[in-house]
Design a protein around this ligand. Structure first.
Ligand code: XMP
Length: 515
């Protein structure tokens, strides 16, 4: 394993909703972190050569039957350990302390009174922290001391004599804990002596060597969608193996206005990537003719994507590998921990799928990264902000943003309107505050008046949401001046739309997309 993965942190996940956040916060300190199951054996942990272990929080109580536990050998190792919430309870219990439920718990902001301001509390002045617990430590293990109490008298932090085992009842990873990042970095650097090797530059260097090692003299195929992940993969693979990297954009005709052109410009003209676009829009549109059911449209687009990709791949010549932009959250979700970066594709996968008999090996250079890290790597590779900061875009594209049947006329109307909407979000400095913004063409006609003319045209829905992962979302509180500008400019310049409505539905109960 390369140095960038050494001297980092292994996080044992006891099921906290914040576990991925802990991993990201650690990485923000340029320290590698990896999430493992709580069942991971000490040997498996030590193979990774970490400098420390973090025990996450979790929904269980340590005194419950079948409460999640870890390999007790870990306690005999020299690795520094930070326990957070459930991690604190489990350390207390194993050390001979006592954990109880007082029936009240602490949820939300709390104030703590720091008793010992060394170790994790070194140079920490704020007492405002974020709590989320029902259980609490009633008695700490022998030889340990309390570092802080909450204003309710609850033990908020504790440590062993030399502070190599330290635990907090509160959540330093949550940004509501005012100096959480300082507390975490005190642990990482003052206590665990982690290395700051995890930087975009080091990652790129390491991946270039890894891609060269895996691909050898082989040819690599990449399906680029216009989104940040596949774009960064193309730039990275190109940097590693030059023209043996073959990137293709399948233009299904359902992309946003100028998207294909901008992607080609950035990759081909900007970075010299061997990339070509294939205009498959006619075949996609003909298959979508007369279809208005959302699921059917998705299926048609997905299947046609596979047919087109297969045909184009066979036209390009012999390919040995397929590179794709799988990210770390996908890896965590699938339960596969860090392993070899290449394995044989068995069935369909998330570029849209390949036929089973296409014996390509898979290269996934981003499988250790979170989305924000992909963006940093993309910037370091020289990709323009326009591409890097772009909001997520669904595979079926505008096909699921045109309600009902998709036609070329409707696509054009939606592309024009959406471009105006997104341009205004940039103009008003709002684009980066929003997780995803887009327009939806609703082919319902309403009456309007322009000049002395009566109009009878389509409705446009505009949506903007805040979110962290797309699983839940809230509607963005758009300033009314911006809403007014969007509506005026669209209705005045896009023929076919005479009314604009703003979607104020959160997820749940709504979904982000309309279809
Ligand atoms: P929903 O509409 O399910 O969307 O709340 C959550 C996120 O997923 C995106 N999305 C898709 N992405 N293929 C994709 O690659 C799809 O078929 C697809 N459907 C929804 C959506 O844009 C949002 O970011």
């Amino acid at each position: 394993m390369n140095d960038i993965y050494k001297n980092g942190v292994v996080i044992l996940d006891f099921g906290s909703q914040y576990t991925q956040l802990i991993a990201r916060r650690v990485r923000e300190n340029n320290v590698f972190s990896e999430i493992l199951s709580p069942n991971a054996k000490l040997k498996e942990i030590e193979e990774r050569q970490p400098a420390a272990i973090i025990l996450s929080g979790g929904p269980s109580s340590v005194y419950e039957e079948n409460a999640p536990d870890f390999d007790h050998e870990i306690l005999n190792s020299d690795l520094p350990i930070l326990g957070i919430c459930y991690g604190l309870h489990i350390l207390a219990q194993h050390g001979g302390g006592h954990v109880v439920s007082d029936g009240k718990g602490e949820y939300g902001f709390a104030d703590i009174d720091i008793q010992i301001d060394t170790g994790i509390f070194s140079a920490v002045s704020s007492s405002s922290v974020w709590m989320s617990h029902g259980d609490l430590v009633e008695k700490i293990p022998d030889g340990w001391h309390v570092l802080a109490y909450s204003s309710n008298g609850v033990i908020a932090a504790m440590a062993n004599e030399d502070q190599t085992r330290v635990a907090t009842q509160f959540h330093p990873e949550v940004h509501h804990t005012k100096e959480g990042q300082k507390i975490l970095s005190n642990f990482l650097f003052n206590i665990a002596k982690c290395s700051k090797n995890w930087t975009p530059g080091n990652f790129i260097q390491e991946q270039i060597e890894e891609i060269q090692r895996i691909a050898g003299q082989g040819n690599v195929l990449i399906g680029v969608s216009g989104g940040v992940d596949s774009t960064v993969v193309a730039a990275l693979v190109h940097k590693a193996i030059g023209n043996r990297c073959n990137a293709v954009i399948i233009d299904h005709g359902l992309m946003r206005k100028n998207e294909v052109r901008e992607c080609l410009e950035a990759l081909r003209n900007g970075l010299g990537v061997n990339i070509y676009s294939y205009d498959e829009s006619k075949v996609f549109l003909s298959k979508l003719k007369g279809i208005s059911d959302p699921e059917e449209k998705r299926k048609i687009i997905g299947n046609q994507f596979i047919y087109s990709f297969e045909r184009i791949a066979s036209e390009i010549g012999k390919m040995d590998y397929l590179a794709q932009g799988t990210l770390y959250p996908d890896v965590i979700e699938s339960g596969i921990s860090k392993g070899k970066s290449a394995h044989v594709i068995k069935s369909h996968h998330n570029v849209g799928g390949l036929p089973d008999d296409m014996a390509l090996q898979l290269i996934e250079p981003l499988r250790d990264l979170f989305k924000d890290e992909v963006r940093k790597v993309g910037k370091e590779l020289g990709l323009p902000d326009l591409l890097i900061d772009r909001h997520p875009f669904p595979g079926p594209g505008l096909g699921v943003r045109i309600i009902g049947e998709v036609t070329i006329e409707k696509i054009k109307i939606l592309q024009e309107a959406d471009k105006i909407y997104i341009d205004i979000l940039h103009e008003d400095g709002l684009y980066n505050e929003i997780w995803q913004a887009f327009s939806v063409l609703i082919p319902v006609k309403t009456v309007g008046v322009m000049g002395d003319q009566r109009t009878y045209e389509n409705l446009l829905g505009i949506r903007a949401v805040t979110s962290t992962d797309g699983m839940t979302a809230d509607w963005f509180r758009m300033p009314k001046e911006t809403l007014s500008k969007i509506s005026n400019r669209i209705v005045n310049s896009v023929r076919g739309i005479n009314r604009v409505v703003y979607d104020i539905t959160s997820k749940p109960p709504g979904t982000i997309e309309w279809e």
